[in-house]
Design a protein around this ligand. Structure first.
Ligand code: 6GU
Length: 233
């Protein structure tokens, strides 16, 4: 997968993309990321990216031209299917991001992510450039950058080959619609707290049953609304 990210702050992405699973995914060429500074697509001396809101009000609005031009420059490098390219605006007004949306985005071979600033983006970007709008939750961030990192992380770990084993993603909280069951590692006894005996039993069928029950119980206690969305066997 190739991901193009349009932002006013490309340097914000250095550290999350330079570590851990993500770095391995890039090094092994399963994913590539290009960061595009929106400011590089301005033409005036002051490299202006924002302006006052028509009608008044506090806060500056991102101008449409540099954003349209940045996306056009990306599309110009694509040989086939540029008209179908998903162009996603990160904004608190977007549809709510969740594991299902991550799975949907993981099905594309390319994504363009536009990081808005919280004061706003000219409406014409939303109406005539973006094909989708995503929010990562009901709170306001200063910009779409952190949201883009969240989206990229959740999507990239679903790409085939990125995680060590296929099973590690399948068992995650939310993949099944349930929260994950409790996990333990050695030592079996720590400060008087023991690992549940069933996990030491070697009986794989019993372990699977226990984990499923625990996942349901935990989901019922913490996120009961999730249970309404799934069919339990
Ligand atoms: Cl995508 N952007 C901003 N600025 N705030 C958010 C968000 C996005 N998602 C939740 N809050």
């Amino acid at each position: 997968m190739h991901i193009d990210i349009l932002t006013l702050f490309p340097q914000m992405f250095d550290s999350p993309f330079g570590a851990s699973i993500f770095k391995r995914a890039i090094d092994s060429k399963l994913v590539s990321v290009s960061l595009h500074n929106i400011r590089d697509h301005t033409h005036d001396k002051h490299r202006t990216v924002d302006d006052y809101a028509y009608g008044g009000g506090a806060g500056m609005i991102l101008k449409p031209e540099p954003i349209f031009e940045a996306v056009a420059a990306i599309k110009a490098t694509i040989k086939e299917g540029a008209e179908k390219l998903p162009v996603i605006l990160l904004t608190p007004q977007g549809r709510r991001f969740c594991q299902e949306v991550a799975g949907e985005l993981a099905g594309y071979s390319r994504l363009v992510l536009i990081c808005g600033r919280y004061e706003g983006v000219d409406e014409r970007v939303r109406q005539h450039l973006a094909t989708d709008e995503i929010s990562i939750g009901d709170y306001v961030l200063s910009g779409g950058e952190l949201a883009a990192m969240v989206v990229v992380d959740a999507v990239v770990r679903l790409l085939p080959g990125v995680l060590g084993s296929a099973a590690s993603a399948a068992d995650d909280s939310h993949t099944s619609g349930l929260l994950e069951y409790p996990q333990y590692t050695r030592p079996p006894l720590y400060k008087g707290w023991s690992v549940p005996a069933v996990l030491l039993s070697g009986d794989h069928a019993r372990i699977a049953k226990w984990r499923h029950e625990q996942a349901i119980q935990r989901t019922r206690q913490r996120r009961p609304e999730l249970l309404e969305k799934i069919d339990l066997p």
